[in-house]
Design a protein around this ligand. Sequence first.
Ligand SMILES: Cc1cc2nc3c(=O)[nH]c(=O)nc-3n(C[C@H](O)[C@H](O)[C@H](O)COP(=O)(O)OP(=O)(O)OC[C@H]3O[C@@H](n4cnc5c(N)ncnc54)[C@H](O)[C@@H]3O)c2cc1C
Length: 413
Amino acid sequence: MGQVLVAGGGAAGLMAALSAARAGAEVTLLEQNKQVGKKLSATGNGRCNLSNRDQDLSHYRGGRPGFAGTALKAFGLFETLDFFETLGIAVRDRKGYLYPYSDQASAVVDVLRMEAEDLGVKLALNTRIEGALRQGGRFLVETKGWTYEGDALILAAGSCAAPQTGSDGSGYRLAESFGHSLIKPLPALVQLRSKDPVFRGLAGLRMDARVSLYTGEQLLAADTGEVQFTDYGLSGIPVFQVSRYGVRAMDQGRKVRAVLNLLPYLKEEELPAFWKKRMELGARRRAGRLLVGLFPKKMADCLLKRAGILADKKTGALTSEECQKLSQCCRAFEVRISGSNGFDRAQVCCGGVDTGEVEPKTMESRLVPGLYFAGEILDVDGACGGYNLQWAWTSGWLAGTHSGRKLQKEHLT
Ligand SMILES: Cc1cc2nc3c(=O)[nH]c(=O)nc-3n(C[C@H](O)[C@H](O)[C@H](O)COP(=O)(O)OP(=O)(O)OC[C@H]3O[C@@H](n4cnc5c(N)ncnc54)[C@H](O)[C@@H]3O)c2cc1C
């Protein structure tokens, strides 16, 4: 029986360990925390959005877009749901977003840990990996006071995102020590910062908007949903969704601006009639009332100011330039982005181990036979909505199953 070592006991490492054990390997999982699944238990605000019915490949990003697609073909949503069903996790569907029926991320951690224990996986907790190497066809993994040996090694030590959960980037160093290249890891699914003083007045507001990020005239990404205005800048799901593109552009020294359409559900061609009617209805009222009922007061005041319109001017006396300026401010509320809230607040990283050096059907390294990767350590990041966990399940299953099967085959020949 071959021995598989798994570095990291997060979602991907647990899935990999279970799968390798199911494929017949003797498995030891090394985790520096005193428990497995620390990040997993914090996912989805403690409810764990474990996957999504919409598996369009555009939700998976990275340097080589085909990589995740090939892997998901081998072990995708339906296989994942079957897998969890066998562990007793029934799934709750919220508009396609999938959660454990109990709405408890801790339940997902528990079933994975219990199944690992039932399969005889050795959990080496409080065990920080300091280094690893391949010698004489075996992997030696150094920890304080002990060297673990295995026939295969799965690196599932996560990224740099949310380091308080244990993923401090040391997995990347291990991958590099085996000769693998990294696409620079950067924060993704993260809030965006702005030095624009406008945020001092808008902090606390939540509004639906379409957020478009630009560098120069180039559109980087756009998404629609509830945006949160904070004292440091922008937050909310649509901001998270586009953040990776802005963070990457800023890291390359490019200037990034966010353009918010505060009337995202009105079509361009509907706008003239919309404003005409509003102006006519409010012709004898003050401009300050023009936006009442449309936007929260703080935003209405800010928009009038940006359009250069005095709140007590009669609406009927507004010039067509002023009306146009106001409409433009509502459709394209622009702020300069200065950075992000960094790895500490990011849900995931974009970047990681270059997937050109990894076999997508097995997750085995193309450089070092017997070395596998799983989870966020790879240059694959999902959109918000269960895609990062789906990637952990997919890559974890592939790495575990194929490392276990390969060792079984070698053992039999
Ligand atoms: C607050 C938050 C909410 C999220 N919500 C969702 C959600 O609802 N849905 C979704 O799809 N995604 C969500 N994500 C993203 C998702 O949690 C991650 O993409 C996923 O958990 C990554 O799994 P992983 O196993 O690759 O890495 P991790 O979960 O980070 O696991 C890596 C493990 O390796 C260990 N490790 C690292 N270095 C060493 C070392 N040198 N020695 C020993 N052990 C080491 C770490 O301690 C850690 O336990 C969320 C992320 C955060 C931070």
